[in-house]
Design a protein around this ligand. Structure first.
Ligand code: GS8
Length: 222
């Protein structure tokens, strides 16, 4: 029996994009289903009753929720192609540490605060600073390696590169320039974008910017 793979997703989601990249890396055919997050489908509520969030990977009828868990699941199930996590236990622990760092620091929430609300000058500056600091720590972890795990594209790259779609909006509304603040990270992002699995899976930054601008209009801040 062929595997049935369905992805419940929402096009601007940096979390959904992670799963899209992992599936593309492994060359897995799947059905993409766009969710309306203001009117969630019965299937989404059934498959992710706890968080009711996308992305949800549904493999032969069984749901896998949480993007990094789904990426790891994909790596384990489709083992023969393009390993995403290292097999060495220590290396694997490090990859998970950095993916967790990305999620714990809630880059998306910091960015969201920058574009979705009218902040006082001090608060705005503090949030922008926090976001840039977090990216600088990640740049330090990358060091001079081509990818976070070394020579090949993998788990941490997938966890972070999806923010590349959002960086332009974060910079615009956060008032910083990532090329100046984190030049190595920008070079790394360009390198990742050269991979077809990434470029075809992640959303154009201009499209995200238009999305952000219309969300700001709806909130009456533009
Ligand atoms: C986050 C998913 C998430 O926030 C993961 O998969 O890694 N930790 C999770 N999904 C959002 C859309 S992207 O911002 C979502 O589904 N929100 C719907 C809601 O909160 O009702």
């Amino acid at each position: 029996m062929d595997d049935e793979v369905i992805l419940l997703d929402f096009w601007p989601s940096m979390f959904g994009m992670r799963v899209r990249i992992a599936l593309a890396e492994k060359e897995i055919k799947y059905e993409y289903r766009e969710e309306d997050l203001r009117n969630k489908s019965e299937l989404l509520l059934k498959m992710n009753p706890v968080h009711q969030k996308i992305p949800v990977l549904i493999h032969n009828g069984k749901p896998v929720c949480e993007s990094t868990i789904a990426v790891e699941y994909i790596d384990e199930v489709w083992k023969d192609k393009a390993p995403l996590l290292p097999s060495d236990p220590y290396e694997k622990s490090q990859a998970k540490f950095w993916a967790d760092y990305i999620d714990q620091h809630k880059i998306n929430m910091l960015g969201y605060q920058l574009w979705s609300t009218k902040l006082g000058e001090d608060e705005h500056e503090a949030i922008s600073k926090k976001l840039v600091e977090c990216l600088k720590v990640l740049e330090g972890a990358l060091g001079n390696k081509p990818y976070f795990g070394g020579e090949s594209f993998g788990f941490v790259d997938i966890a972070l590169i999806t923010y590349n779609s959002w960086f332009y909006s974060y910079e615009t509304f956060g008032g910083f320039n990532l090329k100046e603040e984190c030049p190595k990270l920008i070079t790394w992002a360009k390198r990742c974008m050269e991979k077809e699995s990434v470029s075809k899976s992640i959303t154009d930054p201009n499209k995200i910017y238009e999305f952000v601008k219309s969300a700001r209009k709806l909130r009456g801040i533009e």
